[in-house]
Design a binder for this molecule. Sequence first.
Ligand code: GDP
Length: 474
Amino acid sequence: MEMRDNNDTIVAVASGVGGAIAIIRVSGDKAIEICDSVTRCRSHKRLADAKGYTLHYADIVDESGRIVDDVIISLFRNPVSYTGEDMVEFSCHASSYIQKEILNILVNNGARVALAGEFTIRAFLAGKLDLSQAEAIADMIASTDKASHAVASNQMRGGYSSDFIDLRSKLVELISLIELELDFSEEDVEFVDRGALLNILEQIIFKVDTLKSTFSLGNALKDGIAVAIVGSPNAGKSTLLNAILKDDRAMVSDIAGTTRDVIEESLTLNDVRYRFLDTAGIRSTDDKLEQMGIQRTFSSIEKAQVVILMIDSVECISVESPQGYVNSLIDALDLDSDKEVILVFNKLDSLAKIEVEAMKLLETTFSTNGYSVVSMSAKQGVGIDLLRDILIDLVDTSKLYTGCTIVSNARHYDALNSAFKSLEIAKQSLINNISSDLLSQDLREVLHNLGLITGDITTDDILGSIFSKFCIGK
Ligand code: GDP
């Protein structure tokens, strides 16, 4: 991490690329003074004399007196601003030349270019928001659909933090009861009965476990649900992909290879984004790897939460044991138990009536064994709706819009896992009547881990690693 001096007055472009207007923010002790020296308000007033929450129409001038742009200035005074410091925001014309010039002029007059996330670090240090709220701001900016927006929004507005504050205060209460016992241990009296302590501890464990269990949903919603379509060559994977994306052409996006290393397409169903992995592999028909049974799929299977196994019914029905054939395909995928598998029996249109009956029996067998099953003609668009419904049903969005706490941040999940482990140890210690000092050590470890989430406990390293992922200007 580069050097960060919190006493500097910092400046950065806060708006994105394009558009007609850009926003340049300045924050720090000297923000108003610096801005006064490079602007001429049309009202002939000085910003130094103006109140916070006021707007000013002004020209920005460089050292030679040249007018670079006319801007609207929003003035915020310490402590009522995003960072808690004096802040000035210029709404200027969005030319990249103008933006660069204004930055230069401000830097020449004593401001420093801000580091990534530096405005938000200051907001955090000023106590405007806690760490989980600061992280939610980055998630909010990155949100692409109603579901990921809802997760970030709840976290940003502090509903999330209040859960952790409650948890910490319960824990502090428990620790103080135990440490009270320690302080008076000489006197050989037991203050609180261990059954009561266990009761409080179990409530805390239950809460941490509940929070932990929301992560798979939260993480999936934040990044979109990853879906891999796999199956033998010619099973109809690309036909299915085209069919399922067809109605949502407007929603389909090609994400260039750089960030995720594969080309993928995504589709929003019922507010949730589904990402179809490695669709380049599915689509390229001259790919050598297509020669190999189930091809190119293992890396995308590993990343996927949902695996759609396409089965060519014509081929399936022609072998001696269709059930064995499907089982061998499933086995070949070597799936972890946490993945949702959807079996799609494709090319139903090419089957004779009697074969359709046989396939129906096969489907019943697999759905009785717990698989989601769809019979389909991808080519004719039959069964696509059912598949969509199954995808939608995989995600329970009911918790999303009721303000329930959903953990979507991997850093928080790690901290919760560590907290959970220490809680389990503490529980055993309590049950086995292990001495209070060890017990209190374990519980302090839990307190530490929960503190990492909200930022009650931070180090410069933690702040550095979190905020370096922010965009400049935030
Ligand atoms: P992939 O290799 O798994 O991606 O398979 P494709 O989607 O390229 O399809 C292979 C062949 O099967 C193509 O000729 C498709 O037109 C055909 N096909 C795909 N779905 C169906 C279907 O539902 N019924 C029939 N009869 N043919 C299909």
